[in-house]
Ligand binder design. Structure first.
Ligand code: PXP
Length: 252
């Protein structure tokens, strides 16, 4: 959701998928993810992120259309399928973040295979870019992957922070450091190649600091931990606390 009007050097994209998860548990109309998105924006989110999955387990097509009408950039996470490309072309989100997707997974489990998947991804990246949609590739934080992303012509990569967050949650300091180092190296290498570098997946108020401190990063996309925290403190407070943690770690 890179926009020059954003007040933050490190943007916060709030992913509202799991508001839809709760809604869909009863198959009704509440809680409304669009209402959640408005609350997130009121609390300082720079953009809204939503993943329209093939199985529609949380976000539905109508949610995407409604989210597009909000006054902040919409980052549509999507598999690189013809169905999703057609939806993106019809909706024209600000950005499309291409993610790998398996029906059986609980959440997005790893980064895109952009080396093996090159022939499949390349034409879809071109189609989205020609429609004015900023394409981002959700990838593992590896130097070789940065090279491949750059060669594919995508302007943005989003580094998968899942392994770092798992190590952090397990209290494994050595592994946390090693995973953070991977993110640091990939962020630097990607930036040197001219890529805009984002990060996300699994970040919490406790784990966000060292990632937010990386000057190369331009955007974090955070969802599950914010929606979980909102149960106890409300969504606006959860977003404000996350924003403050990000700003603090950048000396703000
Ligand atoms: N970025 C991407 C590409 C994702 O697929 C997800 C999960 O939908 C997130 C960020 C947000 O992850 P979380 O909900 O764990 O914060």
């Amino acid at each position: 959701m890179s926009t020059s009007s954003s007040p933050h050097a490190l943007r916060l994209g709030v992913n509202i998928d799991h508001v839809a998860t709760v809604r869909n548990a009863r198959g009704g109309v509440y809680p409304d993810p669009v209402r959640a998105a408005r609350e997130a924006v009121a609390a300082g989110a720079d953009g809204i992120t939503a993943h329209l999955r093939e199985d529609r387990r949380h976000i539905r097509d109508a949610d995407i259309a409604a989210l597009k009408s909000l006054p902040v950039p919409l980052n549509l996470e999507m598999a690189a399928t013809d169905e999703m490309v057609a939806i993106a072309l019809a909706t024209r989100p600000h950005a499309a973040c291409l993610v790998p997707e398996k029906r059986e997974e609980r959440t997005t489990e790893g980064g895109l295979d952009i080396v093996g998947g090159r022939a499949h991804l390349a034409p879809r990246i071109v189609t989205l870019a020609q429609a004015g949609i900023r394409v981002s590739l959700f990838v593992e934080p590896e130097a070789a992957v940065m090279e491949a992303a750059s060669a594919l012509g995508a302007p943005v990569v989003e580094l998968h922070t899942g392994s770092y967050c798992e190590a952090h949650a397990a209290g494994d300091a050595a592994r946390t450091r090693a995973e953070l180092d991977r993110i640091v190296r990939a962020a630097r290498h990607g930036t040197a190649l001219g890529l805009e570098v984002h990060a996300g997946h699994g970040l919490t108020l406790d784990s966000v600091g060292p990632v937010a401190a990386l000057a190369e990063l331009r955007e974090l996309n955070i969802g599950h931990a914010l929606i979980a925290e909102a149960i106890f403190v409300g969504l606006q407070r959860a977003v404000r606390d996350m924003r403050a943690a990000m700003d603090r770690s950048r000396g703000g």
